[in-house]
Design a binder for this molecule. Sequence first.
Ligand code: COI
Length: 358
Amino acid sequence: MVTQIKISRTKHSRISEIDFKNLQFGSQFSDHMFAMEYIDGQWQNHRIEPFGLIEVHPVSASLHYGQTIFEGMKAYRGVDGKIRLFRPDMNHKRLTDSCIRMCIPPVELETFLSAIEELVRVDHQWVPPYEGQALYVRPVLFADEGSLDVRPANRYRFLIITSPVRGYFGAGSPAVALKAEEKYTRAIQGGTGSAKVGGNYAATFLASCQGRDEGFAQILWLDGVEHRYIEEVGQMNICFVLDGKLVTPPLRGTILPGVTRDSVIQLTHDMGIECEERMIDINEVIDGIKNQTLQEAFGCGTAVVVNAVGSIGYRGQQYVIGNGEIGPLSQKLYKLILGIQRGEVEDTHNWTREVAIS
Ligand code: COI
């Protein structure tokens, strides 16, 4: 049974401050947010209220011990004006898995979907109109109980905020340069690498800042044992076109099970292209770039959609993939996924879910 969501609307909409032609990623937030609390063993007080600052217990386990997880998804304005979500059931599945991993009480699918849909309905004017843009939807769950005891908390908060965005690397983003990281590690087996845990991201900041100082857009993470096998990029999963096949690292607990990754695999398969989910040695990638059997590389994720990788830095050398520009498969997948999300291309897998605006 879906619990009633109480809606309190703002009297001062900020939408007139938004320049939809010049959106950034995640710096502006729409008028409302969803909130509820987990108290006495149940989620309660489901509500939509004006977006604003919140009070958090200064001794909450989320602040002190990192007991917090999040999700990332988008609402798209179609060419027909309709608003669609893309595979929200997969986000819910991953949120549930993250909850289990971090001992946070899960949220039922019906509650998750109705909270997102109601919030998008209330702020439907914030869903941007232009191609490559979307209303980014960020659910976050965190402990909020005052206790220094090192154990799962008894009280939690669940918020959903939304933000009108362009693509993560900008509209029509060029191919990005990645640095294969040999010193730091993002995740190891048995850790939290496959869950969307806040700390997974903070733990990558030092390496990414160092990479940025060296001119790289992002870090290409390698496995935590030998620093040899390709993992993911942090903000996106990674795919290669090697000898005409799509090759991507397997889900073995250390990388995020991306919704876009899964969609890319399915769509590539639909195109009749062979797809391998397997361990990929960084040396295989470097050799493939050198002898041109590696034709393309691209990242995929909700925030980036599909973004080409133009070069990889490894052990002080820069290896340019092909001509360093966006390859044909990256381009095709980007257009196809965006087309499905915007209702321009037939949704043969039934991935989209319309948010009806009355
Ligand atoms: C996403 O693609 O939704 C992400 O979570 C990436 C990032 C902005 C954290």
